[in-house]
Design a protein around this ligand. Structure first.
Ligand SMILES: *Cc1c(COP(=O)(O)O)cnc(C)c1O
Length: 345
């Protein structure tokens, strides 16, 4: 892979915005800050946040075994994924490959950035990438392939072989979305970043960390890739309150781990109980914090659950997901209420 050839020309030549807090980077020293036209009156958030989120990155780097310069943080995964499109995909020329049924945001971001989205379905029998077909779909304008593992909404992880094949035979970026990796028995690919310069991994604070409300997404890649993404990210993309909350949760890992364990145990219980419901024809194995089920009539069952005050996700319109509902694992009480409701339908 030649990174220089992948980057859009306008990005290569542009001058990034230099914020006051970018020019004066020392956050630890006591200084009188008269450089950013802020209010001088302390209220906890009167100062602009650290544009490089150094404290959060330091903790993440330690815990995940990467360097801080291999991390980009964004306002949700949405933002870091959008930054990838803007750095690497020339509008109305380049294309990306996505593998439905999968997370809808990749396709939305492709459309938003005027980038062609080439869809190659997962295999119908086991929801794995069809690597041969994918490799044939690549052309000189293909910049990224999006892999979601564990995959949303199917819940399975992709095989190691197919991921390695795509990384090795593709000259663009393989973007591996690990939003649900903490619920999986499979290891994260973070340790492989050194080996594969065209691998980009995204994770999030929204799922296992329980912080969907602070909007914080994480992108891990080579220091070279991170430095181009940094060049175009909005300077103060993560506010102070979000950074503080992330720090708090990262220093309290036991709580997070306990909750992951509980969710996994509840998933097992739920999978068993779901099979006792007559109109559920199939439950799919899940490495995430949700379960995909196939029912007799997804539209009807979705509405019946709504009437009982339970909202699930109808995935019936996704390819290979006819009559499928996706159900997030809730608290033990919520899960019991779900089962009770299903059994009365
Ligand atoms: C939930 C989810 C995310 C997280 O998105 P955020 O913007 O970080 O909340 C990312 N990828 C997938 C596949 C998801 O399901």
């Amino acid at each position: 892979m030649n990174l220089d050839k992948l980057i859009r020309n306008n990005i290569k030549t542009m001058q990034p915005y230099s914020s006051a807090r970018d020019e004066f980077k020392d956050f630890e020293q006591k200084m009188i800050f008269l450089d950013a036209n802020e209010s001088p009156f302390e209220n906890g958030v009167n100062r602009y946040p650290d544009p490089q989120q150094k404290s959060v990155k330091r903790l993440l780097a330690d815990q995940k075994g990467v360097h801080a310069n291999q991390i980009l943080l964004g306002n949700g995964s949405d933002e870091v994924l959008d930054l990838l499109f803007r750095v690497f995909c020339e509008p109305n020329r380049d294309n990306v490959i996505t593998l439905p049924p999968t997370y809808g945001m990749y396709g939305v971001l492709a459309n938003l950035n005027a980038v062609e989205n080439r869809e190659v379905l997962l295999s119908a029998d086991d929801f794995q990438p069809q690597t041969e077909v994918i490799l044939k779909t690549i052309d000189t304008n293909t910049k990224m392939i999006f892999l979601c593992s564990p995959n949303n909404p199917t819940g399975n992880s992709f095989s190691k072989e197919s991921i390695v094949t795509l990384i090795q035979y593709f000259n663009g970026l393989v973007v591996l979305d690990e939003a649900y990796i903490d619920f999986s028995e499979n290891e994260s690919w973070l340790a492989k970043l050194k080996e594969y310069p065209n691998l980009v991994i995204t994770q999030t604070f929204s799922k296992a960390y329980g912080l969907a409300g602070i909007r914080m997404g994480i992108l891990y890649a080579s220091a070279e890739i991170i430095s181009v993404l940094n060049k175009i990210k909005p300077p103060y993309n993560l506010n102070n309150l979000s950074q503080q909350k992330a720090l708090e949760v990262l220093t309290e890992n036991k709580t997070t781990d306990d909750r992951i364990t509980l969710i996994k145990a509840e998933k097992k219980v739920l999978l068993k109980q779901l099979l006792e419901v007559k109109f559920i024809q199939k439950t799919y194995p899940s490495e995430a914090n949700y379960i995909l089920i196939k029912v007799d009539d997804a539209h009807k069952r979705y509405n019946q659950l709504l009437e009982k005050g339970i909202v699930v996700r109808n995935r019936s319109n996704q390819p290979l997901c006819k009559n499928c509902l996706r159900i997030s694992i809730g608290t033990p009480e919520e899960n019991q209420l779900l089962i009770n409701a299903l059994k009365t339908l």
